[in-house]
Design a protein around this ligand. Sequence first.
Ligand code: HEM
Length: 187
Amino acid sequence: VVAGHETTATTLSWAMYELHRHPEALASLRAALAPARALPPRPRPSRRCPCLEAACDETLRLHPPVPMVPRRLTRAFALGGYTLPAGTTLGVVSYMAHLREEVFAEAEVFKPERFVGRRYSPFEYYPWGGGARRCLGAAFAAYELRVALGTLLSTSAWVLDEPGPVRHAFRVGTYGPEGGIRMRPVV
Ligand code: HEM
């Protein structure tokens, strides 16, 4: 439940939050989704839409629900002038890597367009972890996110109840928005 539900639900909340704090990003995503809305019989936001993928990727950059993955060294390893002995546990922190200015210009700013037509290396961007233990559900979760986010945005307008800054807080094994994100559909 934690790996498969909490992570994706949290990311969906952050995506809605960020998009509704960034009207230009929201408007261009809505415009990109408009043709999908026209397709019968129901909205089909799961069709490939680079803007939708970029919004999800950018959300995961700023708000990775699993911000650190641990690895235990099987042999000594030299890192940053230190020699770490076998058995040491290292934390590989995507949350910090994702804020490196030399990789992501204006790293603190939500800018989905940085992912349009651009791929980052697995050493620059890794919300799904990496290597042999990379998230088993990554493809499924990315698809589910696109379907859910695209459907929410295609079928209704939404208002953020509390548009102010929201802190990250540790939840059930993941990090998510402290106190949750409260939104209302505009009817
Ligand atoms: C936005 C959604 C998700 C994110 C950001 C995410 C992120 C991660 C991360 C960072 C890891 C650790 C990878 C590593 O150690 O290198 C992981 C592991 C894992 N995830 Fe996800 N995950 C998500 C959704 C899912 C879903 C939907 C499933 C299952 C349907 C899933 C199943 C797993 C499993 C089984 C592992 C353990 C893999 C292993 O140790 O071999 N995850 N996930």
